[in-house]
Structure formats: C-alpha cells, structure tokens
Design a protein around this ligand. Structure first.
Ligand code: SF4
Ligand code: SF4
Length: 313
C-alpha cells in the first residue's frame, strides 16, 4: 500500500498533466459536454478560437480552429495577421510549449496511444534529426503557396481567383492535409461513413491522395504507441512555428551541474523524454531541446537526483 502511494506521489506531475489534458480535450471539443449534460456552451467558442492548438475548423465536435490555421487563412486573403502573430508569440514567450504538452487534443491522443504498455523505442539520432526538419518544410511549403496567393488578391484579383481555383483544397483548408486533427476528427469519420454507406471499400481508393492519407496517418497513430508524440516531433506545423519561438521563451528547464550525475551513471531523463531530446547535451542553465521540449516535465519528475527544475526568466 505504502509503495503504491509513494509511486503515485512520484508520478504526481504526470497524473496532474493527464487530468488537465482530459479537461482541455473536453473543453476544446465542448460539443461532447453539451451532448452529455444537455447544456449550451456556445460562449466558449470565442475563447477557444485563440488557443494556439491545431484543431480543425471542420471538426464536428469542436468549433475551434487553432491560431495557426487562422494565421494561414489571413495570409491567403492578403491580410497580415499582426494581432494573431502577436498573441502566438506572446503566449509562447511566456508559457513555452505548455500548450503542446498539456492542452493540445492531438498531443493527448498520442499520449493515450503511448500509454499502451510496450517498450518505447528511439529513432537513430541522425535519422531523428533529419526527420525533425519535415515540419519546417511543411510550413515553408505552405508559406510559398499562401503568400503569393494573398499578394495576388491585392494586386490582380482575376489572377487570384484563378490561382485559388487551381489550388483547390490547399487554399480553403491550408493545414488540412498536414493535420492529424483533421484526419482523426474529419477525414476518418467521413471515410468510415462512406464505406458503410456504399457497403464497399471503394471510397478508400477514390483518389490516390485519399488512399495515401488514410494509411499514412493510420500508420502514424499506430507508431505513436512505440514512438511517443511522433506526429508532434516530425509533422506538426504548429510544432514547427512554436519550436522556433520557444527557444526564446522565458519559461525553460534547467539542469543542475552539481546534482546531475550524467549519462553513463544515470541518463534516465533522456530515456523517459517523449520527444527524444538529448537533454544531457543541452546547456545546464536553460534548455528547450532546440524548441522541441513540450514541458511535459517527465524528465523533472523521473530524475532521481532532482537535478531538473523549471525556471522563469
Ligand atoms: S535523470 Fe537527472 S541525474 Fe540522471 S542524467 Fe538526467 S538530469 Fe542527470
Ligand atoms: S525535455 Fe523533459 S519536459 Fe521536455 S519534452 Fe522531454 S521529458 Fe518532457
């Protein structure tokens, strides 16, 4: 009994984080609460819109879209989103990637997958470092499309209309193809519905793109059982933007050079880190794993020498 209580105490941060994640998941997808408790929570909509989470506006159980989706939408309309960018930068400067670790519903779903009791695996460091670049390439790709689209709207409207038509879904839902949220809450339910409606797998093979999307994200979700937060690490566009800003955040982790006994004698922090961050190669004073740390605080919780602390400043 005493052993069980002390184990729970040692995991108190993780337990608290999971409680916050579940509450945030229900609030962001508040239609679930409305259905369960027969209440009207429409007032939450305006607040949720500004949460910096990647949440599809087409998600039928949510009305939030995620600040990045709004930023891309305005760029495509030829409007520079000063206010939204300012909010995103300020939130990240003050809270680092707290939202990724504690609030984002897609992070919560991946954490639920990785809670399956299997031995967690790591990706070879060179491969891992190369894969980390994918999410930045996605953002650059989107900007290369959306910025000219927005500029053409201001300079040549008829060209803009033609350009937009040629881009198809890429201009209407810029993050759609790159969003695990869009896949889980929109693409997958619609695909399953179509399969049942037609009584065949034909909708799956309707286009090469739908076939690819179906299996790519399905594999990614299954992979997250062994490779925690695999979508966040390599593919999430919001993760790319947030990690760029979070390197300058006031809220960071710090590792005591006096308490830490190093990789050869311990190294537990690196083994438990879901983002595969080489914590022991990071500076002592402040570290963010080059912006990858999502402040889950697992390293702090599991360090037997209490060498890791959260610092502001
Ligand atoms: S778990 Fe703590 S003591 Fe062990 S290597 Fe990491 S920071 Fe150092
Ligand atoms: S460095 Fe620590 S807080 Fe950051 S993601 Fe890894 S385990 Fe979590």
């Amino acid at each position: 009994m005493n052993i069980k209580i002390s184990r729970l105490k040692n995991r108190s941060i993780t337990i608290f984080r999971h409680i916050v994640q579940i509450i945030a998941f229900l609030l962001i997808n508040y239609i679930i609460l409305e259905v369960i408790f027969s209440i009207n929570l429409l007032r939450l909509e305006e607040i949720l819109k500004f949460l910096p989470v990647l949440n599809s506006p087409r998600n039928p159980i949510s009305t939030g879209a995620g600040i990045l989706e709004y930023i891309f939408f305005f760029l495509a309309e030829g409007i520079f989103p000063f206010l939204l960018l300012g909010i995103l930068i300020l939130i990240t400067l003050f809270t680092n990637r707290f939202f990724c670790g504690w609030i984002c519903p897609i992070g919560t779903i991946q954490d639920a997958c990785s809670a399956v009791p299997t031995k967690k695996r790591t990706i070879k460091i060179d491969t891992h470092n190369s894969l980390l670049r994918i999410k930045y390439l996605i953002v650059i790709f989107m900007l290369l499309i959306l910025l000219p689209l927005g500029i053409s709207r201001l300079t040549n409207y008829s060209f803009y209309l033609q350009f937009k038509e040629n881009l198809g879904d890429l201009s209407n839902k810029p993050l759609g193809y790159f969003s695990l949220s869009e896949y889980i809450f929109v693409f997958l339910p619609n695909m399953i519905k179509d399969i049942f409606t037609y009584g065949s797998l034909a909708p799956l093979f309707a286009t090469l793109l739908s076939f690819f999307i179906f299996f790519f994200y399905l594999i990614l979700i299954i992979f997250s059982i062994w490779y925690p937060r695999v979508y966040c690490r390599y593919f999430c566009p919001f993760g790319a933007v947030a990690s760029t800003i979070s390197e300058y955040s006031f809220l960071k982790l710090s590792r005591s050079p006096v308490r830490c006994v190093g990789r050869s004698d311990c190294g537990i922090c690196e083994k438990v880190c879901p983002k595969q961050i080489r914590i022991l190669d990071e500076p002592f004073e402040f570290f963010t794993g080059k912006g990858e740390c999502n402040l889950c605080l697992k390293c702090k919780e599991e360090c037997p020498y209490k060498a890791i602390t959260l610092k502001f400043g």
